[in-house]
Design a protein around this ligand. Sequence first.
Ligand SMILES: [Zn+2]
Length: 475
Amino acid sequence: MSKVITPRSVDAARWYTDVVLRSELADYSPVKGCMVIRPLGYSLWERIQAGLDARFKETGHQNAYFPLFIPESFLHKEQAHVEGFSPELAVVTIGGGKELEEKLVVRPTSETIMYSMFAKWIRSYRDLPLLWNQWSNVVRWEMRTRLFLRTTEFLWQEGHTAHATDEEAEAETLKILDLYYEFAHRQMAVPVLKGLKSEQEKFAGAVRTYCIEALMQDGKALQAGTSHNLGQNFSKAFEVKFQNREGGTDYVWQTSWGASTRLIGALVLGHADDAGLILPPALAPIQVVLVPIWKTEEEKTAVREVIEKMQRFLGSRVRIHFDLREELSPGFKFNEWELKGVPLRLEMGPRDLAKSQVTVVHRLDRKKEAVPIDGLESSLPRLLEEFQDRLYQRALKFRNDNTRPAGTYAEFKEQIELGGFFEAFWCTNPECERKIKEETKATIRCIPLEGQDREGTCLFCGSVSRTLVILARAY
Ligand SMILES: [Zn+2]
């Protein structure tokens, strides 16, 4: 089965699509640019949702839901916002067979509709902070789409908060950035950089956009989550005012932040290999699969008896699946579960049984080890934790090995072909940024929050700079 995946070294783009399609994460839909998320992909999304949602709630956020349709006039209230989103909007003009009096936009993001309501509800400083999140779908009419990475419709969460002061809004923006960072590291085993977007790359309508950026195995960067400090840009446009402690009137300070089904793309690009997916145990719907091996009826009976016992004592400790299909060979099953990225495979045949053991095969490197059946309830969780850590360490090593100083502009132009993160100084002039992008297709991924204590010269123009940036070609 693995033969149907184009090797990454031959064609990285085909490899990615093959892995997504063959592992049955998702498929193309009859509607161009949209995807169908199949059960494996959706159960991954459910686990991503659960992990993020728990973190949002622990930090005091609540979920709500706003309409899919937004009156077109709302988008025009914040100028940068409408300019940023106009080219990507889907617009409804007819409803119930009649032309609508006001066109409705299918939400590309919900700042405008939410804040029109915030204006109604927020009266005083006692109503603040307002800390909300919405799980929903959004539509952005993309010309060039790729499964999970860029689709016309995608699933996401969008957090929206309102605060009494600028400092509180900034603290919230950074708190969420840390939350995304921790989730990427601990759950996804994807190391990410925390940074600030340049003016050019920031969210349409934000004062500042922070992001987490990951480096994928093909050397391209992937933005994995963003957290925006909106300042008072939207509150002024939507008249979201409150009475402050002193009795005066202020506009609220706002943030918005989001992460999407794109994270599934990051799991594929960050961890998968030519045999298929490699899922981090923390998110894998199936963490362990047991494939029994037998030839005779006696062997089958003996293996089955042990499996029944194992189902009882392992079922609540790990997410284990017993593959008892009789019409398929063990070899076929091995390939299938490798393709689907299950971290650990247990093989159990008559010889293993004779020694009261199973053979554990690690998906990461196919390392095999014999593990006693007695005690599996504690050894499997430990092996899964080790797997999670090894997966993370491998990704971290890859990123470290592929993060380089940009050198001179001429050197950078050559090196960028190899992929990877490049550290360079930038004078903060948008013209230098634009030229670099035009000539190398690399963008400033972020101004990292750490390491801003050095001085250098702008990669493009050579002027003195204290702003370190990370450059890469990106998804
Ligand atoms: Zn410059």
